[in-house]
Write a protein that binds this ligand. Structure first.
Ligand code: ATP
Ligand code: MG
Length: 402
C-alpha cells in the first residue's frame, strides 16, 4: 500500500549533465505532493523538459535521486514506470493510423485490461471532454487541432494514472481553444484528484492552473512558490521580469488594503465643540470639511464650510449642523474593490474606519488617483472616467494630510 501522505515525486539534488559537460539541469530539489498542479516555467533551454522527462525515465539523471511514491525510480522498470504515469506531449502525439478509441485505450491495452473495461473507459472519457461517442471510431486527421488535443488529454487519463506529465500541451492552439482546454485540464485535475506536472512558457497559463509554480533559468530552479506568493514575493529580478511589471502591479491592487494607503490622523472634531472652534480648526489646518467623532473616536458625521457659514448665526454647536449621512470604507477592504466606488462618488476624500466604526484615517481622491493611474494600472490608463487630472485640487482635508 502506498502512503497517501507521502509526496508523489521527490527530486533530491538531481543533475543531468551531457557528455562534454553540457549542463541541462543541476541541483534540482523539488517535492510534488498529491493533488499538486505544478507548472514548470522558464526561458527556452532552461531545463523544463529535462526536469519533467526524468520523472518517467525518458531521460536518466546523471546525479541525485528521484523518488516516485517514495521509491527510487532507478530501482523500477522504466517501461512499467512509464505506464503508471500519464504523458501528454506537444502537437498531441496521437497515432495517425489508429482510431481515437485505439489511441485512448493504448495504455490500458498494454496493461491488458479486458475489452469491455477499455470500451467503458473510452466512452466515459470522451463524454468528459464533450465530444460525441461516435468520434471514437474516427481517425485523428478527421478532428480539429483542439479536438485532437482533447483526446490527447483524456488518453493520459485512460489508465487511471494519478500523475500526468504535460509538456506545453496547448502551445500550438488558438487562444480560445487553449482557454477551454486549460479549464478542462484544471477541472479534470481537481475532479479526479490527479497530480499534474505541466511545462509552459506562458505566465498567464501558469498563474491560472498551478498550485505550485517552479521558475527555471539556465538549468536551475530559481523559485518554487504558489501563484500568489510568486506575485507577492518574486525572488529575483529574473522572476520579476518573467512575471512582468503589469502583472505585479495588478497583483498589488489585489492585496493592498485601504488601510495600507490611508493617511492617518485626519482632522476631526467632537459634536460638542462650538462652531467658532470648528472654524478655527478649519482655518488652522486649511481644510474645508471636518469629520465628527465622539469622545471614543467613533465616526458620527461631518461638517463642511458651506453649511457652517450658512448656519453660523442660528447654531452654536457642531452637532447642530453635522451631516450624518456619509460614505466611508473599512480599513481592511481591498483597494481593488474600493477604488471604483470611491472615485465614482466624486468625493474629495473618504473616511476609513475599523471594524468597530472608529475613525482610523482618510483616503484622499488625489492619493487614490495617483495610486490608481501611476501605480496600479500604469501611466497609459484612461483618465476620463473620474475627470481627475494632475492639476486637480482637492478641496477637503487632502492637502493637509498629504
Ligand atoms: N541530448 C542533448 N545533448 C546535449 N544537450 C542537451 C540535450 N538535450 C537537451 N540539451 C540541453 O539541455 C538544456 C535544457 O533543455 P530542455 O529541453 O530541458 O529545455 P526546455 O526548458 O524544455 O526548453 P524549451 O522551452 O525550448 O522546450 C538545453 O541547454 C539543451 O540544449
Ligand atoms: Mg521543452
Amino acid at each position: 500500500m502506498t502512503n497517501e501522505e507521502e509526496p508523489i515525486v521527490q527530486y533530491q539534488d538531481v543533475n543531468k549533465i551531457y557528455r562534454g559537460g553540457n549542463v541541462a539541469v543541476e541541483h534540482i530539489n523539488l517535492t510534488i505532493d498529491r493533488g499538486d498542479f505544478v507548472c514548470l516555467i522558464g526561458t527556452s533551454g532552461s531545463g523544463k523538459t529535462t526536469t519533467m522527462r526524468m520523472i518517467n525515465r525518458m531521460l536518466e539523471p546523471t546525479g541525485g535521486t528521484i523518488l516516485f511514491k517514495g521509491k527510487d525510480i532507478h530501482q523500477q522498470d522504466p517501461v512499467a514506470l512509464r505506464r503508471r504515469i500519464g504523458y501528454v506531449i506537444q502537437n498531441v502525439g496521437l497515432m495517425p493510423h489508429m482510431t481515437l478509441y485505439e489511441n485512448i485505450t493504448l495504455v490500458p491495452k498494454l496493461l491488458k485490461w479486458p475489452e469491455a473495461k477499455r470500451r467503458a473507459k473510452a466512452e466515459e472519457l470522451i463524454k468528459m471532454v464533450e465530444l460525441p461517442e461516435s468520434f471514437l471510431d474516427r481517425y485523428p486527421a478527421e478532428l480539429s487541432g483542439g479536438q485532437q488535443q482533447r483526446i490527447g488529454v483524456i488518453r493520459a487519463l485512460a489508465a487511471n494514472q494519478d500523475l500526468i506529465l504535460m509538456d506545453e500541451p496547448f502551445g500550438a492552439l488558438d487562444p480560445i481553444t487553449r482557454e477551454s482546454l486549460q479549464e478542462l485540464v484544471k477541472h479534470l485535475q481537481q475532479e479526479l484528484g490527479k497530480t499534474v506536472v505541466f511545462v509552459t512558457h506562458d505566465m498567464d497559463e501558469a498563474l491560472k492552473l498551478a498550485t505550485k509554480i517552479v521558475v527555471m533559468d539556465a538549468g536551475h530552479i530559481i523559485q518554487t512558490a504558489t501563484p500568489t506568493a510568486l506575485l507577492q514575493h518574486p525572488a529575483t529580478a529574473f522572476v520579476r521580469e518573467l512575471i512582468g511589471e503589469e502583472r505585479l502591479i495588478q497583483a498589488r491592487a489585489d492585496v493592498t488594503t485601504v488601510g495600507a494607503i490611508m493617511l492617518k490622523n485626519p482632522v476631526a472634531i467632537t459634536p460638542g465643540k462650538s462652531l467658532h472652534e470648528a472654524i478655527q480648526l478649519m482655518r488652522d489646518r486649511r481644510v474645508d470639511t471636518l469629520l465628527v467623532v465622539d469622545d471614543n473616536n467613533y465616526l458620527k458625521g461631518f461638517i463642511d464650510i458651506e453649511s457652517l457659514t450658512r448656519q453660523y448665526a442660528q447654531s452654536t454647536a457642531v452637532s447642530d449642523i453635522m451631516q450624518t449621512k456619509l460614505f466611508y470604507v473599512h480599513e481592511s477592504a481591498l483597494l481593488r474593490d474600493s477604488v471604483d466606488r470611491i472615485l465614482k462618488r466624486g468625493l474629495k476624500y473618504v473616511p476609513v474606519v475599523d471594524a468597530e466604526n472608529k475613525l482610523k484615517g482618510i483616503v484622499t481622491r488625489s492619493a487614490l488617483v495617483d495610486m490608481v493611474y501611476d501605480t496600479i494600472w500604469g501611466e497609459n490608463a484612461d483618465h476620463d472616467e473620474t475627470e481627475a487630472g494632475p492639476d486637480h485640487q482637492p478641496q477637503a482635508g487632502g492637502e493637509r494630510h498629504g
